[in-house]
Design a protein around this ligand. Structure first.
Ligand SMILES: NC(=O)c1ccc[n+]([C@@H]2O[C@H](COP(=O)([O-])OP(=O)(O)OC[C@H]3O[C@@H](n4cnc5c(N)ncnc54)[C@H](OP(=O)(O)O)[C@@H]3O)[C@@H](O)[C@H]2O)c1
Length: 382
């Protein structure tokens, strides 16, 4: 599990100030000028997060653009960052001349609304994402250096897919391509298979003729989940309960015609993950990218000695930090071309709430629901 730490924004007023809000658009619905989901100390998101209006943006400096986010997802790592258990620095936002706060959000889709006079290759109305981790996307409008933006095609990619393109699909794509050279007919094993990453893994693998054995938690509507994952291209779907069945290894060998499973993707950790490694063949690679169970992962030494298992961690943030803007854009193009299904989602539109307090209450309510297992990606609109 990641180290628990407490972060506190010092020297800042934590008092909520009601700022005068200007109406941004004169459409039938009211959208207030600028709002963000902010916090001044780490803790339980339902307690520490609040929605706050902030000052209108100035015109952008010559090398920057002003953007307006329209959908910004809430991902598990965003929650971990607010809790103070994720090893990254949260972004800070200047709310007014005298007030600053941390602002959440690592991805989101935005529209360019104003362009600095030296910027090339970006125009008003372009659809963009921020190509740098931890930008603080839970905000309505922001000034961004043009070099940090990735322009997305204006068509061929839904706004929901555009809003969720930076974190989960590239993680799935890179894990499937970076550790084992998979060929058509090869097999991949994964847990947390119904997560956004897991669903992207299923789809990307299926497009290449790679078969997947997928594990999920049991639930009352399991049959629906199994059908939905099968529709995405999953070859087999099990609950972790199946790991208690001694004949599972034999069945897997039959399905795979003894072709060794050489890649396992781990989103969960804990004892079930340990048990899954029994299904791996020789020279396999276990890639851990999440720790949803919050349990440590222990692996039998025999797997390393007799089966030559290799264990890795994967972090998409590291990939972004180590790759150029051109490489990031290339990855976005690759993901766009894959035409992945939109993740199941719900939009939490706080842009029309009459007060920051009312918006904060709705936001906190959704975090309470998410703690209980909401089952859908929440996309914020501020
Ligand atoms: N390393 C990286 O670069 C990277 C990139 C992207 C995501 N991630 C990580 O990948 C994980 C999934 O992210 P996501 O956005 O795809 O998540 P998501 O769509 O919100 O799905 C969460 C998944 O975790 C499962 N889960 C939750 N609590 C669990 C528990 N106690 N035991 C077992 N399974 C549990 C859920 O299963 P139920 O449906 O049964 O609740 C669901 O499958 C997160 O840990 C995230 O931080 C890492």
């Amino acid at each position: 599990m990641l180290r628990q730490s407490t972060m506190r924004l010092t020297g800042l007023s934590v008092q909520l100030k009601l700022l005068v809000r200007a109406k941004a658009f004169s459409t039938s619905s009211t959208r207030y000028a600028n709002r963000a989901v902010v916090y001044t100390e780490t803790g339980n998101p339902a307690d520490v997060l609040r929605v706050q209006s902030y000052d209108p943006l100035p015109s952008p400096p010559s090398d920057s653009v002003n953007i307006r986010f329209y959908f910004s997802p809430i991902n598990p790592s965003d929650i971990n960052l607010v809790q103070g258990v994720y090893p990254a620095k949260p972004a800070q936002l200047q709310l007014s001349a005298e007030q600053q706060a941390f602002v959440g959000g690592n991805e989101g889709v935005a529209e360019v609304v104003d362009v600095g006079n030296a910027v090339q290759g970006l125009r008003k109305g372009d659809r963009v994402v921020v190509g740098k981790p931890q930008f603080g996307t839970w905000s309505s409008s922001r000034v961004v250096p043009a070099q940090d933006l990735i322009k997305l095609p204006s068509s061929g990619l839904s706004d929901v897919n555009a809003a969720t393109i930076i974190v989960n699909p590239p993680t799935a794509y890179n894990m499937l391509h970076s550790f084992v050279e998979l060929q058509e007919g090869d097999w991949v094993l994964q847990n947390g298979a119904n997560s956004a990453v897991g669903q992207a893994v299923i789809q990307i693998a299926a497009r290449k003729g790679i078969k997947t054995i997928n594990f999920v938690r049991n639930r009352p509507d399991l049959d629906n989940l199994i059908s939905a994952l099968a529709e995405l291209g999953a070859t087999h779907v099990f609950t972790y309960d199946a790991l208690g069945d001694k004949s599972l290894v034999k069945h897997v060998k039959q399905w795979t015609s003894d072709r060794p499973i050489r890649l396992m993707l781990n989103c969960v950790g804990g004892r079930d993950t340990t048990a899954m490694t029994r299904l791996l063949g020789e020279n396999a690679h276990l890639v851990s990218y999440g720790a949803m169970s919050k349990q440590p992962l222990s692996l039998p030494t025999s797997q390393f000695i007799f089966k030559n298992l290799t264990a890795h961690g994967y972090w998409q943030n590291r990939w972004y930090n180590e790759h150029t803007r051109q490489e990031r854009e290339e990855l976005m193009r690759t993901i766009t071309d894959l035409q992945l299904k939109e993740p199941e989602h719900e939009v939490l539109d706080l842009s029309n709430e009459s007060s920051d307090e009312a918006a904060t209450q709705r936001l906190r309510d959704i975090f309470v629901k998410m703690e209980q297992g909401f089952g859908k990606k929440v996309l914020l609109r501020l």
